[in-house]
Structures are given as C-alpha cells and as structure tokens.
Design a protein around this ligand. Sequence first.
Ligand code: PEP
Ligand code: MN
Length: 339
Amino acid sequence: MIVVMSHLADQRDIDSVINKLKNFGFQVHLSQGVERTIIGAVGDRTQLLDVGIEAMPGVEKLVPIMRPYKLASRVFKEEDTVVQLGNGVAVGGGNLTVMAGPCAVESKEQLFQVAKEAKEAGAAVLRGGAYKPRTSPYSFQGLEEEGLKLLAEARELTGMPVVTEVMDVNTLPLVCEYADVLQIGARNMQNFFLLREVAKTDKPVLLKRSPAGTIEEWLMAAEYILAGGNPKVILCERGIKTFETFTRNTLDLTAVPVVKYLSHLPVVVDPSHAIGNWRFVQDMSRAAVAAGADGLLIEVHPNPAEALCDGPQSLTPDNFTALMQELKRIAPAMGKSIN
Ligand code: PEP
Ligand code: MN
C-alpha cells in the first residue's frame, strides 16, 4: 500500500504519517518526488484501513499496489531512478553508460591495455571478473583478490569506476573494499541470502537477469535489495534460455520497455553474454539503445582468441572503438548523452 501525500503536506504531516505507520508495525519507505511525497507501507494491508491514515492531515489518498514488488514499482516512485557510481558517472536519466572490459581479469598487462583503450574509446565504467562463475570446475575460476587489486589499480590509472561480480556472502566484504559497483551474476539472481547482504552495503548493485527468470522474478529480486535498504539498483538484461541454440542465449529486448513501464529502475543491456558471438554484438547494442536501454555492458579483450573466459563473444579494442563511434551518433537520436 502507498500513502500519497498532498502537494500541500509539510514535513510535520509526513513525519506524523511515518510515525503512525511505524507504531502499527509497518515497514516504511519514503519516495520524495519533485511534485509530492509518497510513503510506501509494507505490512498487513487490512490494518492500514483501520488505523485512520486516510484522515490524517496532508494525506491525499491510499493506493493499494497490486503487484508483488512494491518499492521497485513505478507506482511507488514515478520518476526514473538515477544511480551514481562514483567519479561523476551516473546510470539512468538521460545518460547512456557504457561499461566495458574483459570477462575475467587475467593479468596486469591484459587489464590495463583494455582499460586504457576502452577509456579512450569512450567507455565510462570498467568491468572485469575476479571471481568467475564457470560451468566447469576445470575452467579458469578467476584471480580472486589479486584480480580485485588489479581492478583498483586500473581505476587509479583511468578514473573509471569498476564493476565486478560478487559470488557469495563470504567474499562480499573483500569485494566491497575494491569495487565501486557489485555485480550479481545471472546464476545468483535468486540467491536471496546474497541479495539481503548486498542490500546492507552502500554500493550500487548491477542485478543481472537469470537465464530462466521472468520479469516479475527479476523485479522481486530487486525488491529484496530495495527492501533491505539499498536503493541503488541497476537491472541488466543478459539473455534468457529459449529453444534457439545458434546464439548462446536469446536477448530479450522486450524486457527493456516492459521493465521501464513497470519500474523506475535503470536498465542496462549485456549483448555479449546474450548472443555469445562477437559478430552480432554491435548490431544488438544498437538495437538495445533504440529500445531505450540506459547503458551497455560489453566484453572487450586485447586478444579474444587467447582469452581464458568468453573469448568468442569478446570484441577487440578496435571493434569496441568502432561500436563507440556508432553509439555517439545514435545516442542523441534517443535523447541520451554518453557519459
Ligand atoms: C559476466 O558478466 O562475465 C557473467 C558471468 O555474466 P552472467 O552472470 O550474465 O552470465
Ligand atoms: Mn563473461
């Protein structure tokens, strides 16, 4: 249920409503918009009608939220959420934020080369995995803390904020020491313990969609983070499982406008993991921007043929530069500027 305050309501009216809700055992979340304040009340809805909120000064109306996610819903917060990542980079609003880098951090030389070239080409955020969720236990699993340290050094070198995956609760404190943005991988979208823990941090979270996750399940996963006290959630569509086998997954671009209709959270598209083949990454990046995406997550490797992880879908720095040049022309047509 949400309590919509009148535009004439003052701070005292808002505080009285919040206090009353808390006294009746509701969890309260505030959304202070430009026009008016909205108070989200999570708890037993039948009680809300009994406690007389509707008659309180400054209250315009009570609106039930019929969807299972509440804080992630556009009904709760009408304006687009803009998530600040650090070093002046923001996701959402009128920005098109390009995050680029290798699938896995492999060495200092590899990471620094990609970081410098990605930055020169116009990327805003450096990506790179230090802990890798691999299908085979025999595949390269990541450099772990050494990888995190290299990412932090690459941030010093380029000024780009760093996004990296956190795979479990045990390594979360360590990853938080180095990362600017915590990536929740597709396989962990419904790891509710992990979601609850990242909710307790003050880091922005890039929440990837599970390959078998519906849009509602994805938004419910975001709800865990929001309800746990962390409002800085960025959603990332990275392809879902379908009957098609030519591509690694199927990029569900319908998710972009649908999620933007249902939710105020920014949406980034990862064509690299969706398609699994570098040849189509540029085409689908273009399509993602046209569909309204707030950003892109692109894998780039100096030598894809030698990559320890996801080489076939990685762009060379030259191909990434070509993509950025094209995006610089396309972004303004979508009312976006590349940050
Ligand atoms: C990745 O970003 O390298 C990754 C493992 O992605 P996903 O969780 O989407 O498979
Ligand atoms: Mn990858």
